[in-house]
Design a protein. Structure first.
Length: 274
């Protein structure tokens, strides 16, 4: 029997038909189908640890997981073998063997999400479960001005879910970038970590500013209030993607060459550079 080794995978998935990432006895989860596929490749039960638990209907292009095994497999064999047992809406992008000090959640130093909004007067057959389709033209400049007020380390209680189980609400928000081209609005958010529903709540607030229902000046007061009941409703889950998790360089994991190179299912239709 070989010694235990730690494997790291990058996973993408369309979360439309899953009840979130985390394994549940009563419903289908991304973790469950991934563990089942890995079990078939490695011929033993596998429990994976993820960088961030995504909610029902949320997608990922860069979810990172790790697990331990004593089975020898090449990186190519692990990636392709696992994909051969996965449904079409979940895929392993790459795999690496890492040292035992790596931890998908606790070793992460930054997480990035992208939220996609399409302004359209009619519903969309193609994008219904992958973007937020809404009928209003959005003021991107106002949204960016509101987003800038959130940057830095703050108590984000006004932007956490009522049932959030995080031990404290303080997070370091490193970036909120609002990009627009035609009918598309893209919100990119980066932080050391996120509270439950934090990105959707921030996007919901930015949307209210973008349509003129809230002012830019109201955002600092909302942040200072530390009261979720005073904030607008969250943006829908369908538009949210976990795009990247960053780790210290000594782990030597693949990284996108540039932020705009992050793959998305809809990228050919969404110009991400102004």
């Amino acid at each position: 029997m070989s010694a235990l080794r730690r494997a790291c995978l990058c996973v993408e998935y369309d979360g439309s038909r899953y009840h979130g990432w985390q394994y549940q006895h009563h419903s289908t989860s991304v973790q469950a189908v991934l563990q089942e596929a890995l079990g078939k490749v490695l011929d033993h039960d596998v429990e994976v640890v993820c960088a961030g638990r995504t909610d029902t209907g949320v997608h990922a292009t860069g979810q990172i997981v790790h697990f331990d095994t004593d089975v020898e497999r090449s990186r190519r064999g692990l990636t392709l073998g696992t994909n051969s047992h996965l449904p079409s809406d979940v895929s392993v992008r790459w795999s690496r063997w890492v040292d035992e000090g790596f931890h998908a959640r606790f070793a992460a130093v930054e997480r990035r999400y992208r939220y996609l909004i399409l302004s359209s007067a009619s519903r969309s057959a193609l994008y219904a479960d992958r973007v937020w389709v809404q009928p209003h033209e959005l003021d991107g400049a106002a949204m960016q001005a509101a987003a800038d007020a959130l940057l830095g380390e703050h108590d984000f209680s006004s932007f956490r879910a009522a049932g959030c189980q995080a031990k404290h609400p303080v997070r370091l928000l490193k970036q909120v970038r609002v990009s627009q081209r035609g009918a598309w609005t893209v919100v990119d958010v980066a932080a050391n970590a996120f509270l439950q529903h934090m990105v959707r709540n921030i996007t919901g607030m930015l949307w209210h500013v973008g349509v003129g229902k809230s002012s830019v000046d109201a955002v600092p007061a909302l942040l200072a209030a530390r009261d979720r009941t005073k904030a607008p409703v969250a943006a829908p889950a369908a538009g949210l993607y976990l795009t990247e998790v960053r780790y210290p360089g000594h782990f030597d994991l693949p990284q996108p060459e540039a932020e705009d190179d992050i793959l998305l299912p809809l990228e050919p239709l969404i110009p991400l550079r102004a």
